[in-house]
Write a protein that binds this ligand. Structure first.
Ligand SMILES: [Zn+2]
Ligand SMILES: [Zn+2]
Length: 311
């Protein structure tokens, strides 16, 4: 596990260098692996979204983009070892967030967090079987802890759009990652703020505002500010005009997207070791053990049924 250097700890001001953004202290590192645009030469753009979260001994893949070959090539170009992935979180059922999963090698027991109502493509389900992945079903009832400090929201729904976000607890507040925010980005953020009872520090991902009139986008930006969102990183399906408005409103606190973007955020909460992690990763995780509480899905009485018969 590549550790995030702590040399930035204590730096009070935000530092923006190209696409690298470092906030107060280090500890959570988010690397964009799949996006409609690129930020790093040698990577490939394609419609879809995926990013890798690394922090305190954990590596989580949030979404997988559309094409396994593109995800694989981008991982190679960005020197990301896919065998290090300890959990996958799907934001929603759409192929541009799920179809790339076949880029991962077989990782028996790999937990994949999937909303109860997501209708996954047969190719995605087949990839789960090949990998020996373990389905963790996310319902509308409550959020699920992926690892302490990393939580999948409950399944949030508006109309026919079911979606879940990944929330990372940091000393600065919640860091929220969304895929397309189909139920509505502000609705999702309000729900997260209510549930966590913590301020939202940063939001990145697709905000799905392609067809939203500029005045409505401005109202959404005002809602972000009212919620206290300090850093905004709209990308993927947000739409060029909405992205421009966020950039204008957030200035130095705007996070530009594109494959290869690296966002370093404040320290994630400490994490313990889970004995049920895939064995190749347990050793890496042990090095960073800071506590003793295990996520619920790790316990023996939360044995998943695998993916074979669930779809
Ligand atoms: Zn979508
Ligand atoms: Zn999308």
């Amino acid at each position: 596990m590549k550790r995030v250097p702590f040399v930035l700890a204590g730096i009070a001001a935000l530092v923006l260098t190209g696409h690298l953004l470092s906030a107060q202290g280090a500890g959570l590192r988010i690397t964009y692996l799949y996006d409609n645009t690129i930020a790093t030469q040698g990577t490939k753009p394609d419609w879809g979204f995926a990013c890798l979260l690394e922090g305190r001994g954990h590596t989580i893949l949030f979404d997988t983009g559309t094409r396994p070959d593109v995800l694989r090539d981008n991982m190679t170009a960005l020197k990301v070892d896919p065998t290090r992935v300890q959990a996958v979180v799907f934001s929603h059922e759409h192929g541009d967030h799920t179809m790339g999963i076949d880029a991962l090698p077989a990782i028996p027991g790999l937990p994949v967090f999937v909303g109860e109502h997501f209708r996954l493509q047969p190719a995605v389900v087949a990839a789960f079987s090949r990998m020996g992945a373990k389905r963790i079903t996310v319902t509308a009832e409550k959020p699920i802890e992926v690892f302490p400090g990393f939580t999948v929201t409950d399944e949030i729904v508006t109309g026919a759009a079911y979606e879940e976000a990944l929330v990372v607890d940091t000393p600065e507040g919640s860091v929220v990652i969304v895929g397309c925010a189909h139920p509505g980005i502000v609705l999702m953020l309000k729900r997260i703020a209510e549930t966590t009872k913590k301020p939202i520090h940063m939001v990145i991902g697709g905000f799905h505002l392609v067809q939203t009139p500029a005045d409505d986008v401005k109202r959404i930006i005002a809602d972000f500010k009212a919620l206290g969102v300090a850093l905004a990183g709209p990308t993927h399906c947000t739409g060029d005009e909405a992205i421009r408005l966020f950039r204008e409103a957030y200035g130095d606190h705007f996070i530009a997207g594109g494959v290869g973007t690296v966002v370093e955020a404040p320290k994630a909460a400490s994490v313990p070791r889970c004995s049920r992690w895939p064995s190749s990763r347990t050793r890496l995780a042990e090095r960073d053990v800071l506590g003793s509480r295990l996520p619920e899905w790790c316990s023996d009485n939360h044995e998943g049924s695998g993916f074979g018969g669930r779809e």
